[in-house]
Design a protein around this ligand. Sequence first.
Ligand SMILES: Cc1cc2nc3c(=O)[nH]c(=O)nc-3n(C[C@H](O)[C@H](O)[C@H](O)COP(=O)(O)OP(=O)(O)OC[C@H]3O[C@@H](n4cnc5c(N)ncnc54)[C@H](O)[C@@H]3O)c2cc1C
Length: 396
Amino acid sequence: MSTETASVVIVGGGLEGAAAAWALGQRGITDVIVCERDTVGGGMTGKSSGIVRCHYGVGSLAAMAAIGLEVFEKAEEIFGSDIGFRQTGYVVGVGEPNVENMRKSLAAQRAVGVQTEEIDAADVAAMWPAADLEPFAAFGWEERGGYGDAYQTAQAFAASARATGIRIRQGTTVTGLVLDADRVTGVRLADGSTISADTVVVATGVWSRPFLAPYGVDVPIEVHREQIVMIHPGDALGDVPVFSDLVSLQYVRPDVRGEILFGNSDLAALDVADPDDYRNRADSDFIDLTVEKVGTRFPGFTDPAITTSYAGCYDVTPDWNPIISRGPLEGLVLAAGFSGHGFKISPAVGRLIADLVVDGRSADPRIPESDFRFTRFAEGDLLTTRFPYVGAGEMR
Ligand SMILES: Cc1cc2nc3c(=O)[nH]c(=O)nc-3n(C[C@H](O)[C@H](O)[C@H](O)COP(=O)(O)OP(=O)(O)OC[C@H]3O[C@@H](n4cnc5c(N)ncnc54)[C@H](O)[C@@H]3O)c2cc1C
């Protein structure tokens, strides 16, 4: 069987693998092959809600989201195509117990370059007249936030990488790694051929744990199903911003057809799933929860009706933050475990992967590579927010 060679092989052509290819291409590293068993963006990327905000209590993540936003804003110029980014603004509302930490978090976000401020209930009411804002004690606001289309963004990354000479192979399943002692030297494909490479980047999302288990690498990723419900509100809502409600733990955002996308941000009860066999519709009890949460928060919807629902899976690590790391085998770079928030940071993820491949370290001092190291779980040194929210612990 034939053997090809490349400087870098990327396993997985989802958003993160495609972002890595794009960023490598931007650095002039073009002897790269992306192996995607299906089609680019056809994995969990296609299910993303695509919310773009920089509201993170982890400094490196806030900085990564700020970088992502800059790229999304200039997408036409950078990629020459519309990636579906809609700059509606982003509002986050918190209850009394979280006011102090929200203010500290906003200040810390500004310190790493995020444009964010506190606004009052009257400002929010003017933008979201259909909402009941009574239970909120404070609001954070990002004028430049909004939502994007993760699938279109993955296509743009891949097309841009391809234009630099990077090879994107769709319908190409990687069946395993090729090792020489403890060093990864390439990958084996389903047709029996191999590609030898100096570096192999594994960006296989929810499929990462079983992919790496045969090599003694236990990636602590659990797969959780997440349900999304689309609602038509009745009368048109106009240009409403994305709304993250940290009192009743839900998020809503407008969609291109006048619908509202609803997601539950109460992650206390998790739905462990098989990413190859999960129910792609909301369960009836989730529909009941949606009706209750949306009905309570948005009494001003004139004639709300559920139009459709679907589900996707998160690749969740113990601290709900990604692994973007060299090792644990030599020649391996891991980029998985995005835990439901990998869209907004994807351009910065691509750049960090490229930095790790080329230099072994991050080029951006705001984003130390140590934050995302694989070994942090075994060391018990998790990456957690400095400003935790009572009752909304997974809002990092
Ligand atoms: C329901 C939902 C809502 C979300 N909402 C948001 C949001 O609002 N904001 C936000 O920032 N993020 C959000 N996310 C998260 C974000 O969309 C994901 O983190 C991101 O899209 C994951 O990209 P990925 O490349 O890691 O994974 P994937 O897109 O799943 O890509 C992995 C790829 O690897 C391929 N693959 C697997 N095994 C092999 C193999 N052996 N050989 C070759 N190819 C292989 C798969 O086919 C797949 O295409 C959401 C995610 C979901 C599921």
